[in-house]
Design a protein around this ligand. Structure first.
Ligand code: NAP
Ligand code: ZN
Length: 348
């Protein structure tokens, strides 16, 4: 076994604390990655605090992983020792069902996908995530990282990047469209950069007046303070697409009324409480409400290559591992500009 150290949540809602554990010996198709940086996603907070239920503890969160390949199994083709590599939200799936064959492993209906943490490998071993010194993963689930991008600022692409890229692509967002991004956090700020690069007219909805100037710098053409009903009303019936990244319960009906006829609103934010939805919000204007889960491996690589080409990375605040509990508190207060990234050198 390979010794690893990291930070874990010992029991639901407890603060994170140092944790030693082991990674499996390499199988033929495994890659051993020394983790240099790991992004902090709001999903880490939801799961560490067991807000979605069924949490597996101790839990080592982290699914925005980048680092360097330290060793490879005998049959590995995609990587060699010394390459940069990344791991996102999944480490395995059946690779055989209809969704997996279509490159949509996140919707695996065979065995279900194995999450990078808070999940179980096919043999029942709990998975531990990226708040740690290294990870062993089958090569199909490791990503190649563009060399021209800052490595630390690339980490958040592995979740925040793909989770916003995938719906923007699926709903064919592009030139001539008015696109809203609700919530300017980790996912939201990536959504703004990506929708802008795809050529859309981007409008940010934020509850934080202090983020208005940033939103414009990140690529928004307009910014709406979502608590100001006059500003909201002025945009009624005008959006082609709205991407909702908000982590806490809020009113979806309000945003649905801003869609133009046949417009789509897609949820990626996953609050812990069910929403109140009025049928009329959809019926009037034949509007559609959908959802989207991360993205498949092939599309994640496509997104990384797109970001490499367009020079897109996350705006980050680098933190040492021991700051993580404070980082969670700040994240809950929407006080992140715009993604915390843990520097794993601080574990040593
Ligand atoms: P984050 O960085 O904390 O950003 C969330 C943003 O939502 C905040 O910055 C804030 O933006 C806004 N917000 C927070 N509380 C709010 C409230 N009460 N009312 C209105 N707006 C509020 O979180 P994240 O990492 O981007 O994750 C966002 C959500 O996506 C989480 O629920 C996470 O679990 C989920 N997620 C889903 C997927 C998926 O595959 N679908 C993948 C990753 C994450 P403003 O300050 O601009 O208002
Ligand atoms: Zn995430």
């Amino acid at each position: 076994m390979i010794k690893a150290k990291g930070y874990a949540v010992p029991t639901a809602k407890a603060p994170l604390a140092p944790f030693s554990f082991e990674r499996r010996e390499l199988r033929d198709n495994d890659v051993h990655i020394e983790i240099h940086y790991c992004g902090v996603c709001h999903s880490d907070v939801h799961q560490a605090r067991d807000e979605w239920g069924r949490g597996i503890f101790p839990m080592v969160p982290g699914h925005e992983i980048v680092g360097e390949v330290k060793a490879i199994g005998s049959k590995v083709k995609k990587f060699k020792v010394g390459d940069l590599a990344g791991v996102g939200c999944m480490v395995d799936s059946c690779l055989d069902c209809r969704s997996c064959k279509e490159g949509l492993e996140q919707y695996c209906e065979g065995s279900g996908f194995v999450g990078t943490y808070n999940s179980k490998e096919k043999d029942g071993t709990p998975t531990y995530g990226g708040y740690s010194s290294s990870i062993v993963v089958r090569e199909e689930f490791a990503l190649s990282i563009p060399k021209n991008l800052s490595l630390a600022a690339t980490a958040p692409l592995l979740c925040a990047g793909i989770t916003t890229y995938s719906p923007l692509r699926h709903w064919k967002v592009g030139k001539g469209q008015k696109v809203g991004v609700v919530g300017l956090g980790g996912l939201g700020h990536m959504g703004v950069k990506l929708a802008n690069a795809m050529g859309a007219h981007v409008v940010v909805f934020t509850t934080s007046p202090s983020k208005v100037e940033d939103a414009k710098r990140l690529g928004a053409h307009e910014v709406i303070i979502s608590k100001d009903m006059e500003q909201m009303k002025a945009h009624s019936n005008s959006f082609d697409f709205i991407l909702d990244t908000v982590s806490a319960p809020h009113d979806y009906n309000l945003y649905l009324s801003l869609l133009h006829r046949d417009g789509n609103m897609v949820l990626v934010g996953l609050p812990d409480k069910p929403p109140e939805l009025y049928a009329g919000s959809l019926i009037m204007g034949r509007r559609k409400l959908g959802g989207s889960l991360i993205g498949g491996i092939q599309e994640t690589q496509e997104m990384l290559d797109f970001c490499g080409k367009h020079n897109i990375v996350s705006d980050i605040e680098m933190i040492p591992m021991k700051y993580i509990n404070e980082a969670y508190e700040r994240m809950i207060k929407s006080d992140v500009k715009y993604r915390f990234v843990i520097d794993m050198k601080s574990l040593a």
